[in-house]
Every structure is written in C-alpha cells, then in structure tokens.
Design a protein around this ligand. Structure first.
Ligand code: AMP
Length: 215
C-alpha cells in the first residue's frame, strides 16, 4: 500500500510514519530526512539545501521530484511506502501522479493530519531526538525517564534540528499554508483525501489512520 501523510510541520507525520513502518512494513520516505542527509554530505546541493531549510523555505520542485522518483525505485519501496513531507506543492503533486503512473504504481490514501496551528510552535520548538537511535522526545510532553539518558539505547547525546527554532517555524508554517495546503483540494477532488485528528493522543491518531488503511 502506498500512502501520503499530509499536514503542517509538527503535525506528527514522522511519528506516525515510523509506527506504520514498524507495524505494516511500508517504508517511510521522508524528504526532510533525505535532505538532512544531503546537507550532512556537504556537497554543493547540500549547501544550497541547508540555507533554504534554515530560512524555512522550500527546496526547488525539480530537485525534490528527482529525489523522490529515485527513492521510490529502490527495492525496499516495492512493498509499499509512506510519503512524509512530499508532495509539498501542487507541481510536486502533479509530478507524483505522472511518475506513479509511469512506474505502474497506485496511490491508495492521502491522509491529512488536521492540527491547530497554535499548538505547532510549542510542539516543534520543544522537540529533540537521541543522536544515536533517533528516538523522539519533547521538553514539555515527553522527557527521557532518566535525565539526559535515552530511554531506548541509553545514549547521552541528543540533537535538535537547526530549523526547529521559533523564527524558522513561523516561515515553515507560512510555506505550508501558501504552498502546501492547495494540495488538499487537489486530492479531495479525486476522492482519495481522508482526515485524522492530529490533536488527539499519538495512539489515537494511529488508530484513526489504521481504520482508514484497513477500510
Ligand atoms: P521536514 O523534515 O519535512 O519538516 O522538512 C524540513 C525542510 O526540508 C522543509 O522546511 C523544506 O525546507 C525542506 N523540504 C522537505 N521536503 C520538501 C519538499 N517536498 N519540497 C520542498 N522542500 C522540502
């Protein structure tokens, strides 16, 4: 099964995609994670992406379309995938349709995680992850059981995303409303758009998504 998780930054797309990957085996394809890996590599594309991401803007469509097309071709995506962070513009959504058709693949569900904008800044600016195993935490909502020690792997190193600061978050939300939200009517018109309550508890959001994918 191939899915898209849609929603603003901080809606919980990554968290839910990881859960679906662990339970159902579809692979999480996070364009944000892919870009952060490119940034780490320090290539010219990485340097360009780094400054765009730090400004809270979107990386050019053609770069993203090629990146996701190549990733979908990899063997682990054959058993199904969850797009997390792509498409982010109508141009990307249209390109995705074309590429799926060319590859003989179907898009089963587009799931919008509906959240209250005012909650997002706090959700995003407080989040951090274990630098070793990637487990997610939050300053207010989910601190490690033992201070400064990862619950899962025991590491003492944690990291925060460079773009998870209040100023950049405002720009990212603006980009979402201006450039990404217009995708919603695009998919609604084709009857594939479903909604879940992204403000609910994490387990409840998972349950709502499972109801959709099992329908
Ligand atoms: P995310 O991890 O999904 O919040 O993405 C982090 C940043 O990567 C975004 O703020 C954008 O700058 C960039 N990015 C990720 N996915 C895309 C995309 N599909 N199109 C353009 N830019 C993207």
């Amino acid at each position: 099964m191939n899915l898209i998780l849609l929603g603003p930054p901080g809606a919980g797309k990554g968290t839910q995609a990881q859960r679906l990957q662990a339970k159902y085996g579809m692979v999480q394809l996070s364009t944000g994670d892919m870009l952060r890996a490119v940034v780490k590599s320090g290539t010219p594309l990485g340097q360009k992406a780094d400054s765009i991401m730090k400004a809270g803007q979107l990386v050019p469509d053609e770069v993203m379309i090629e990146m996701i097309s190549n990733r979908i071709d990899e063997p682990d995506a054959k058993g199904g995938f969850i797009l997390d962070g792509f498409p982010r513009t109508v141009v990307q959504a249209e390109a995705l349709d074309r590429m799926l058709e060319e590859k003989g693949l179907k898009l089963h569900h587009v799931i919008e995680m509906v959240v209250d904008d005012t909650a997002l800044t706090e959700r995003i600016t407080g989040r951090f992850t274990c630098a070793k195993c990637g487990t997610g935490y939050h300053d207010s909502f989910k601190r490690p059981a033992v201070e400064n020690t990862c619950d899962v792997c025991g590491s003492h190193e944690f990291m925060r995303r460079a773009d998870d600061n209040a100023e950049t978050v405002g720009k990212r939300l603006e980009a979402y409303h201006k450039q990404t939200a217009p995708i919603l009517p695009y998919y609604a018109g084709r009857g594939v758009l479903k909604q879940v309550d992204g403000m609910a508890e994490i387990d409840e959001v998972t349950r709502q998504i499972e109801t959709i994918i099992q329908s």
